[in-house]
Design a protein around this ligand. Structure first.
Ligand code: KIV
Length: 293
């Protein structure tokens, strides 16, 4: 039988998760954007990410760039209200950590005040100073290297990164820079498996892979991808475990059909009028002086 952490398990902490990786366990992270997805995922994962992928997965944007702090706070608050036991990580959206350190610390600190235990930022060498400042203010940081969706235009599209020797070494060195800057874990997205394996073997902090092969310390997938709720192109690294969209739509269509043929609601799904009130209601006739024409 597969391992499902019990719902009354202790609150996940960073040292606890790092120890579990040292003990040889693989970590599992998925996205949650609201109370429903948080309640679905929390009992079965180690980390919940309020990802800026909410932009393309739930809000209809083409990419994550239009996602704002206000949007992220709204979704984080919904997830945090469910009091998850998994480690709650919130994604810093585009421009929330690029303008000034003050701005970055306010935005990230606001996430912690809303219930996140850590924040995630994309990028390598350029982020070292920012990450140091966050860690200095007791804000745990998860890094994100490789295919970083907020750099979609700079990368010229959603493309696998680190295929050339120079690019691969840059990502490897960035991983070490981020560990040195104080990140407690790194997401490795869209890079060759061998590169992710080398990064994982040479770091002491956990790596969480997405399209980075099997040799990371853990894996993350977008919840809507795992459940088959997302529409359109899914990259090859996504494994879908349910035709969620079709199954849910079939259930809705079934209900709509029941409404149209008069099979919903049944007497058991409605409220009956007590006998006395029933007699009064049946005896009532419209009074022309109180009802308008
Ligand atoms: O926003 C997101 O969902 C992410 C994960 C896919 C790592 O950054």
């Amino acid at each position: 039988m597969s391992h499902h952490p019990s719902p009354d398990r202790p609150l996940a902490t960073i040292p606890m998760l790092q120890q579990r990786v040292r003990d040889g366990e693989r970590l599992v992270m998925t996205t949650a954007y609201d109370a429903v997805t948080a309640r679905l995922a929390d009992p079965v994962v180690d980390m919940l990410l309020v990802g800026d992928s909410v932009g393309n997965v739930c809000l209809g944007f083409d990419n994550t760039l239009p996602v704002s702090m206000a949007m992220m706070n709204h979704h984080l608050e919904a997830v945090a209200r469910t009091k998850p036991r998994a480690l709650l990580v919130a994604d810093m959206p585009y421009l929330s950590y690029h303008l000034s350190l003050d701005d970055t610390l306010c935005n990230a600190g606001g996430f912690l005040q809303r219930g996140a235990a850590a924040v995630k930022v994309e990028g390598g060498e350029k982020r070292v100073e920012t990450i140091r400042a966050l860690v200095e203010c007791e804000i745990p940081v998860m890094g994100h290297l490789g295919l970083t969706p907020q750099s979609v235009h700079a990368m010229g599209g959603f493309k696998v990164q680190g295929r050339g020797a120079e690019d691969a070494i840059r990502i490897l060195e960035d991983a070490h820079r981020l560990q040195e800057a104080g990140c407690f874990a790194l997401v490795l997205e869209g890079i060759p498996s061998e590169l992710a394996a080398r990064i994982t073997r040479t770091l002491t902090i956990p790596t969480i892979g997405i399209g980075a092969g099997p040799d990371c310390s853990g894996q993350v997938l977008v919840l809507h991808d795992v459940l088959g709720l997302s529409q359109g192109h899914r990259p090859k690294f996504v494994r879908t475990y349910l035709d969620g969209f079709d199954l849910l739509q079939q259930a809705l269509a079934h209900w709509a059909e029941d409404v149209r043929r008069g099979a919903f609601p049944s007497p058991a799904e409605a409220y009956a009028l007590p006998a006395e009130a029933r007699a009064a209601v049946s005896a009532w006739t419209p009074d022309p002086s109180t009802t308008s024409a």
